[in-house]
Design a protein around this ligand. Structure first.
Ligand SMILES: O=[N+]([O-])c1ccc(O[C@@H]2O[C@H](CO)[C@@H](O[C@@H]3O[C@H](CO)[C@@H](O[C@@H]4O[C@H](CO)[C@@H](O)[C@H](O)[C@H]4O)[C@H](O)[C@H]3O)[C@H](O)[C@H]2O)cc1
Ligand SMILES: [Mg+2]
Length: 362
């Protein structure tokens, strides 16, 4: 298909529930003794989240999910969509240590990354009746805006851009609707970062051939910001863009005027509780966070396609073990829940708190 459906790609579709996350949640609930908390925890398995393809080894699993969604569509007569995160750039997470990935630029990483994208594409190609929505590479372009002073980010710039454009083009050819990661209000929403961010995203859009399937941007991925609030979190002091909707509303016209008619999706998976951070830059396993607004198309803004849960709550942001290779100091800060396991692995105590502090309540 060469032209996308007009409007919101979520409209009229059932969101496929990731069996990967459901299994994690079922196991987590089994480990909870308090009957009330246990019952609440089990409800989380029925809330749609994105599945992160953070290693090439996971790409074959995508075919399993697509086949399952295809089968469900046939038996229910409903249209299904599968939500994925493309997350395997070489020299990944260049300004931090916790989520460094499997590929390095020095070791053929960009070619390995293209191979990873090709594997995802090959799975998607088999199931043309299942809609796929992809978030492209959390943190990477945002790092290109604010962290070119970090050696690893400076060295990764061309690979990040070439890799991102390759992924967007390949997935757009297959009719995948994609959203580039755009950090969050506390990152690119600061006024000095806003225009440089718009410049970069519009450039990527153009360099990718202005594909109509590149729907826009994803914000607040793996972060904790309010979608919209009347009482700004104190850490946002000094920024007029103190929530995600304000960030989006100020970014969108800058993109539009540069030829990128971007729409947005906003992660609220861990945004249920505000005023839990010492600093806005605290990103690692922030203590006392709660599950936030459930995924919905009722966003109150024509710019925002959906509130979504992109970071699967309970999967860790990074280890607190100071002697670990991927130890990042942010995971040792006062705001961070400790002890914490490696990024991406299950963090039971953290999950139990997300359930306990969920807002709205589970
Ligand atoms: O008064 N002013 O006008 C003004 C102007 C500029 C100011 O400076 C801004 O300060 C911001 C912090 O307030 C900084 O934002 C932080 O940048 C970090 C990367 O460097 C991000 O970390 C990532 O977080 C991801 C999850 O979100 C992790 O997955 C990932 O591993 C991890 O690396 C933090 O979220 C993000 O909050 C900005 O860069 C910085 O430019 C400040 C004031
Ligand atoms: Mg991370």
């Amino acid at each position: 298909t060469s032209t996308p459906a007009a409007g919101n790609p979520y409209d009229g579709y059932e969101i496929y529930l990731s069996p990967y996350y459901a299994d994690e949640v079922i196991a987590a609930a089994a480990a909870i003794t308090d009957p009330t908390l246990k019952a609440k925890a089990l409800k989380v398995k029925d809330i749609p989240t994105f599945t992160w393809f953070d290693v090439v080894a996971k790409t074959s699993q995508l075919g399993t999910y697509l086949a399952d969604a295809d089968a469900k569509a046939k038996t229910t007569g409903k249209k299904y969509l599968v939500q994925i995160v493309v997350y395997d750039l070489p020299d990944r997470d260049c300004a931090a240590l916790a989520s460094n990935g499997e590929f390095t630029i020095a070791n053929n990483g960009l070619n390995n990354y293209k191979g990873y994208v090709d594997k995802l594409a090959a799975e998607i190609k088999k199931f043309p009746n299942v809609r796929v929505i992809a978030v492209i590479e959390p943190d990477s372009l945002a790092n290109m805006v604010t962290n070119m002073g970090v050696t690893k980010c400076q060295g990764a710039a061309s690979a990040y851009k070439e890799g991102t454009i390759y992924a967007v083009k390949k997935l757009s050819e297959l009719g995948v609707y994609s959203y580039l990661d755009a950090g969050h209000a506390g990152w690119l929403g600061w006024l000095p970062n806003l225009t440089p961010a718009a410049e970069l995203f519009a450039q990527i859009y153009k360099d990718a051939g202005s594909p109509p399937f590149l729907r826009g941007l994803a914000t607040d991925v793996a972060n904790y910001n309010a979608y919209t609030t009347t009482s700004p979190d104190p850490v946002t002091q000094g920024s007029p863009n103190y929530d995600e909707l304000k960030y989006i509303t100020s970014l969108a016209p800058e993109l539009q005027s540069r030829g990128f008619p971007a729409h947005f999706i906003v992660d609220q998976g861990r945004s249920g509780v505000q005023n839990i951070r010492k600093e806005w830059g605290d990103w690692c396993n922030v203590k006392n966070a709660g599950f936030g607004t459930r995924p919905t198309l009722n966003t109150g803004s024509s710019l925002v396609d959906s509130i979504v849960w992109i970071k699967p709550g309970g999967e860790c942001d990074g280890t607190s073990n100071t002697s670990a290779v991927r130890y990042d100091g942010h995971c040792g800060k006062e705001s961070a829940h400790k002890p914490a396991p490696e990024a991406g692995t299950w963090f039971q105590a953290y999950f139990e708190n997300l359930v306990k502090y969920a807002n709205p309540a589970l």
